[in-house]
Design a protein around this ligand. Structure first.
Ligand SMILES: Cc1cc2nc3c(=O)[nH]c(=O)nc-3n(C[C@H](O)[C@H](O)[C@H](O)COP(=O)(O)OP(=O)(O)OC[C@H]3O[C@@H](n4cnc5c(N)ncnc54)[C@H](O)[C@@H]3O)c2cc1C
Length: 234
């Protein structure tokens, strides 16, 4: 990607980049003899859900009830109730729903950016792409889906047979970055878009919903306080 190379070529990474998983996890047990865990140490949600801070404060409040039950009344049931609360809260949080919503938002943004660029006659090209299903370290990461022993054991051999390589998965991103038309969405074409040669990816009714995209755009501008400085509309 020559343009990216030209843009970032002059810069160097100042420090070694440490990558840590921020996937959703729950501590089990979450209480013990004279201790309990609260906030992210008790359970954490994917940062994309934007629920971590309120959840941490909430669990701190419930933890304080359990602690005062124990210290003031010698009531150990408070710890048991607290454990159940953390478990129920984690079960009711749908990681998949948050993940899907974030993907939908990405696509809505990509297409809305292209629409706005066309209206303002800005010659930018906004494209979207997905890699399909790729045999990366996803299955063996003990902090990710590899936390499940069965997935960790069976994932890599099965992936070799059924899932495409990371190099093949990168094709749709390269295609989108180089030749895909503005406002397009690219992905592998075979087996429900999990693998194969690249081409136009399927776009759901929600992704095509211009009113939804406009609303997402304006809510995002309000929440971030950032307005896109279109020419003639600073
Ligand atoms: C990239 C990213 C983006 C996020 N975005 C959002 C968002 O938009 N909205 C949202 O609500 N949530 C978001 N979250 C989640 C949110 O930040 C956490 O859920 C929340 O901060 C948890 O609060 P906490 O007090 O439990 O833990 P933390 O905020 O992690 O606080 C724990 C503190 O304990 C300290 N500590 C650790 N070990 C020790 C030790 N041995 N001795 C003394 N101190 C120690 C740590 O340094 C830290 O300061 C995001 C998280 C990440 C990683």
């Amino acid at each position: 990607m020559p343009n990216v190379g030209a843009t970032v070529g002059k810069f160097e990474v100042a420090e070694i980049v440490i990558i840590r998983s921020a996937s959703s996890r729950r501590l089990d047990p979450v209480t013990g003899d004279g201790w309990l865990a609260a906030g992210d140490s008790a359970s954490r949600f994917d940062p994309l859900s934007s629920q971590g801070i309120v959840k941490a404060l909430r669990s701190g409040i419930f933890a304080s009830y359990a602690i005062s039950d124990l210290l003031e009344r010698g009531d150990h049931d408070g710890l048991e109730r607290y454990s159940r609360y953390v478990l129920e809260e984690f079960k009711s949080y749908s990681e998949i729903r948050a993940y899907n919503a974030s993907k939908l938002a990405n696509l809505l943004f990509a297409l809305e950016l292209q629409r706005r660029a066309a209206v303002h006659r800005v010659p930018l090209s906004s494209v979207a792409a997905h890699p399909g299903f790729s045999a990366t370290g996803l299955f063996v990461d003990p902090e990710g889906v590899g936390a499940n022993r069965i997935v960790r054991t069976l994932g890599p051999p099965l992936a070799k047979v059924f899932v495409q390589s990371p190099a093949a998965a990168a094709q749709s991103i390269l295609y989108a970055a180089s030749v895909a038309p503005p406002g397009s969405y690219t992905g592998p074409q075979r087996l429900r878009e999990t693998r194969g040669p690249v081409g136009p990816a399927k776009v759901s009714r929600l992704v095509r919903d211009g009113a939804l995209a406009r609303r997402l755009w304006s809510v995002s501008e309000d929440l971030t306080g950032f307005r896109y400085p279109w020419p003639g509309n600073p």
